[in-house]
Write a protein that binds this ligand. Sequence first.
Ligand code: PAF
Length: 283
Amino acid sequence: MHIIETVAEMQAFSREARKASKSIALVPTMGYLHEGHASLMREGRTRADILVASIFVNPTQFGPTEDFDAYPRDLERDTDVAAAAGVDMVFAPTAREMYPQGFQTYVNVEELTLPLCGASRPGHFRGVTTVVAKLFNIVMPHVALFGKKDFQQLAVIRRMVTDLNMDIDIVGMPIIRESDGLAMSSRNAYLTPEERKDALCLSAALRAARMLLGGGERSVAVLKEEVLRIIGEVPEAQIAYADFRDGDTLEAVETADGRTLLALAVKIGKTRLIDNCILGEEN
Ligand code: PAF
């Protein structure tokens, strides 16, 4: 496995690959890789001749008071994880390489970015779509893989790809959980052992809502009351949102069915965690 740090080298590599009729899969990441990322990479390996993973902690998707500086980084360990998952090439540029002096062009998906994380993290998705559009132009993949833990991100990227006629297949992959239900996240590294236990309230709330729906309850008011009760049992948990939305349009719903998305963002101490499920699906 090789590492490329410049845009020019990455584009030259991808241009050559395409000229040789090789297909390219891209797994964009911010590093500190875990089993969730590895599952995207293993799937990417099966979908193209060449598998590229990008590792870039993207400054434009962090708000001024967010954890950009503290975000965990470990390129050496990341390259081991990527190599074990079958990655051929890691693209790991610097911030200056991606955003040189004079940079001033952003990609913005409008309505889909208004609720949920878009409301609680202003500017976040503008940073995500901008960097993902850049990565697509730099790596020139035929297929790109994203995790469903960032459900809204996946929906926003699909919208961007459709709206801007990008010729790239977007694949959404299931959330990978620890054995006790906690969704894997690079930010789990921030949790103290006590907070790690408290963090289970997110997956417990999702499970409870799924079970209530399975038992025939369709009222979002009732489902939400139970979700809030479970998370409310943890004094350190502060809810940013606990929303029931249409799984395709992300519009708020009052009656739930198997296609309804339950999306959570909860701060445990200082750590903001997100999790979600489609109520009628396992996971
Ligand atoms: O999901 C992530 O890790 C990031 O938002 C992404 C897609 C790599 C863009 O920086």
